[in-house]
Design a protein around this ligand. Structure first.
Ligand code: NAD
Length: 230
């Protein structure tokens, strides 16, 4: 329970929650994934050695994310705040949870609509949907880069997310294949939760103790939320 006496809910989301908003997961083989392999352009090494192409990849997904609208799953998750103390922990770099009305959103893998310098104490810049120029620098003089966690980089918010999972009374996991670590390990932290539900089209391994509801997030999540709101 939270200090206000409301049950604590953590909603852990991945790319699948935004798929019905028109933002493809990395596993789908349509759209920009034919021209870019995310694992080639979204690595720390690519950002240093292959900067123009890495920036072009993020410019393109930033434009798509800006144009997308929250779907029924994002909206239902925001509705949970009527009864519960809710934290959304998302692997997504889009802002669709915030735009649907969720008030506490922890972006484990960063934020697409922000940029930051590459130094140890970077300045942050709100960029909305605009591109980052290859020679653009932050106020501290280091090269600007997307404020996202690239493959091979640390996930600085992982301990904070694990603490939220450990304190949760209920957990709803949506649209993640549970194949990206360390985020995937978070599901195992929810030991005291009385209810644990996982919604996805498919997962690599079903985590123990979860009720797996196979289906589209936009259909299944509103049903679960309606049940939980009673
Ligand atoms: P992933 O494999 O974890 O996500 C795909 C999962 O979503 C699968 O389990 C799939 O079954 C499920 N899924 C797909 N469509 C769904 C739907 N309509 N309803 C319910 N579930 C659905 O993630 P990934 O695509 O391999 O990406 C890896 C990393 O990249 C993660 O950090 C991810 O969040 C990030 N990413 C973010 C965005 C975004 O910000 N919108 C988009 C692509 C990738």
């Amino acid at each position: 329970m939270s200090e206000a006496g409301r049950p604590r809910v953590v909603v852990l989301t991945g790319a699948g929650v935004s798929a019905e908003s028109g933002l493809p997961t990395f596993r789908d083989d349509d759209g920009i994934w034919r021209r870019f392999d995310p694992r080639q352009v979204a690595t720390a090494d690519a950002m240093r050695r292959n900067r123009a192409q890495a920036l072009a990849f993020f410019d393109e997904i930033r434009r798509a994310s800006w144009a997308a609208e929250p779907n029924a799953a994002h909206r239902a998750i925001a509705e949970l705040e009527r009864r519960f103390d809710v934290d959304v922990v998302t692997q997504n770099i889009d802002e669709l949870h915030e735009r649907a009305g969720s008030s506490r959103v922890l972006h484990l893998h960063g934020r697409l609509h922000w940029a930051r310098g590459s130094g140890p104490q970077p300045a942050f810049v709100r960029i909305d949907d605009r591109p980052i120029a290859p020679d653009e620098r932050c106020a501290h003089g280091t090269l600007l880069r997307p404020d996202v966690v690239l493959f091979g980089e640390d996930v600085p918010l992982i301990d904070q997310a694990a603490g939220l999972m450990r304190a949760a009374d209920r957990v709803l996991v949506v649209g993640t294949s549970l194949s990206v670590w360390p985020a995937a390990g978070l599901v195992l932290q929810a030991r005291r939760a009385q209810q644990r539900v996982l919604v996805a089209l498919d997962v690599d391994d079903e985590p123990p103790g979860y009720d797996f509801r196979r289906g589209r997030a936009g259909e299944v999540v509103p049903q679960i939320v309606a049940q939980w709101l009673g």
